[in-house]
Ligand binder design. Structure first.
Ligand SMILES: *Cc1c(COP(=O)(O)O)cnc(C)c1O
Length: 352
C-alpha cells in the first residue's frame, strides 16, 4: 500500500459516449456530420507507407506553414498539437506556473479544471451571470492566468474580440488563452489581436469545423515568445507528438478553403432552422454561434428527454451539474438527422 501514496492521483475528464452501434443518431460530441475535405481522402489513398520508416517532422513545419498563411501570421506564431486538448494541456503546463489561481467560468469546457488538478494549478471559478454570459470584470483581479472558451461550451454563447481585448489589457502579467474550438460557426476570432498583445494565445481545432476529430489536430496561435515557450515544453516532453499521416492529411484539409466554407455555412443554416423548430416545441435556448444548441424545455425535465432520446437511439449530451442540469446540448447533424430528432420530439412532447 505504501507505493500508492506516491501516485499522482487525478479525477479524469469524462468524454461524451462513442456508441459502437452504427444506427444511432449521434449528436452528443459536436462532431461534423459531413465528411472531411475530399483532398484528405486522396492523401490517405495514395499514402506511401514506406515514409513511416522515418520519424515525422518534429517541427510539423509544413502544416504550421499552411496554418500561418491562412491566418495571416508568421510560422513562428503557430504551434500544432494532437488535438486542441493536447495543445491546451501543453499551454496549461507552460503558462500557468504561478502561485496565484487561474480563472475560468464556472460553466465551461470541463477539461479546464481537470488539467489544473493534474498539474496542481490552483484555480477559481468565475460565475456566469443569469443569462450564462461572462462578466468581464470578474477577470480584472490578480490571477495566474485566464482561459475562456469563445464561443463558450456548452452554452454556445459568443463574445466579440473587443470583449477579450479589455480582459487582455487588464492582465499584462498573465497569459490569456482563448479556446476557439467553435469559432468557425459564426463567431469572430481573436486572432486579429495577436500582433497587438504578446500575452494572448488563441487555440483552434480540426475536430469540429474540419470534420477531423478522428485525426487529432489542434493548434495555438500567439506571439513568437509564447510559441517559443510552448515549443520548449513540447520538446521537453515528446518531440514527435504528431504522426506523418495526420500531418499530410491536415495540410490537405487546410488547402480546400472553399469546401470548409461550404460545410460550415451548411451547418449554420441547419442550426438556424433547428432553432426555429425547437422554439415551436417550447424549448428555450441561448443564441448559439456553434455547431450545437444548448436548450431547456419549458415543462419537461432535461433528464427525461435525454433518457427517452437515448432509448430511441438518439444521443445528445446532458450534465448532472449545478445550474445546467435542466439543459441538453444537441449537436447539429445533417438536415435529415435533425428532422428525425425534431419529428420524434414533436410526437413525444405533444401531450406534455
Ligand atoms: C472539442 C473541444 C476541444 C478539444 O478538441 P480536440 O478534439 O482535442 O481538438 C477543446 N475545447 C473545447 C471548448 C471543445 O469543445
Amino acid at each position: 500500500m505504501s507505493w500508492e501514496k506516491n501516485v499522482r492521483k487525478v479525477v479524469p475528464y469524462v468524454a461524451g459516449e462513442q456508441p459502437q452501434n452504427k444506427n444511432v443518431i449521434k449528436l452528443n460530441t459536436n462532431e461534423c456530420p459531413y465528411p472531411p475535405a475530399p483532398e484528405v481522402e486522396c492523401v490517405l489513398h495514395g499514402f506511401d507507407y514506406n515514409i513511416l520508416r522515418k520519424y515525422p517532422d518534429p517541427d510539423v513545419s509544413e502544416l504550421v506553414a499552411v496554418l500561418a498563411k491562412r491566418h495571416g501570421l508568421s510560422k513562428d506564431q503557430v504551434f500544432v498539437g494532437v488535438g486542441s486538448d493536447d495543445v491546451l494541456a501543453m499551454a496549461f503546463l507552460t503558462f500557468f506556473h504561478s502561485d496565484k489561481p487561474i480563472l475560468f467560468p464556472d460553466i465551461t469546457y470541463s477539461f479546464y479544471d481537470v488539467w489544473a488538478d493534474l498539474y496542481r494549478i490552483s484555480y477559481e471559478y468565475q460565475s456566469l451571470d443569469e443569462n450564462f454570459r461572462i462578466s468581464k470584470s470578474d477577470y480584472y483581479k490578480e490571477n495566474g492566468g485566464i482561459v475562456i472558451a469563445n464561443p463558450n461550451a456548452p452554452t454556445g454563447v459568443c463574445e466579440e474580440p473587443s470583449f477579450f481585448e479589455d480582459i487582455i489589457k487588464a492582465n499584462p502579467d498573465s497569459v490569456v488563452i482563448v479556446d476557439e474550438a467553435y469559432v468557425d460557426f459564426g463567431g469572430k476570432s481573436c486572432v486579429s489581436l495577436i500582433n497587438k498583445y504578446e500575452n494572448l494565445l488563441v487555440v483552434q481545432t480540426f475536430s469540429k469545423s474540419r470534420a477531423l476529430a478522428g485525426l487529432r489536430i489542434g493548434y495555438a496561435m500567439g506571439s513568437k515568445k509564447l510559441i517559443k515557450y510552448l515549443n520548449d515544453v513540447k520538446f521537453s516532453f515528446n518531440s514527435y507528438t504528431m504522426n506523418t499521416v495526420t500531418i499530410k492529411a491536415g495540410i490537405a484539409s487546410v488547402q480546400n478553403e472553399e469546401y470548409f466554407n461550404r460545410v460550415t455555412a451548411k451547418i449554420m443554416e441547419t442550426r438556424e432552422n433547428t432553432k426555429k423548430r425547437l422554439s415551436k416545441l417550447d424549448f428555450v435556448f441561448l443564441d448559439s454561434k456553434t455547431n450545437f444548441i444548448f436548450a431547456t424545455h419549458k415543462r419537461v425535465p432535461a433528464q427525461e428527454i435525454f433518457d427517452v432520446l437515448r432509448q430511441n437511439e438518439i444521443y445528445v449530451r446532458h450534465w448532472n451539474k449545478p445550474r445546467i442540469e435542466n439543459y441538453l446540448r444537441i449537436s447539429i447533424g445533417t438536415d435529415d438527422e435533425m428532422k428525425t430528432v425534431l419529428d420524434f420530439l414533436e410526437q413525444y412532447l405533444k401531450d406534455k
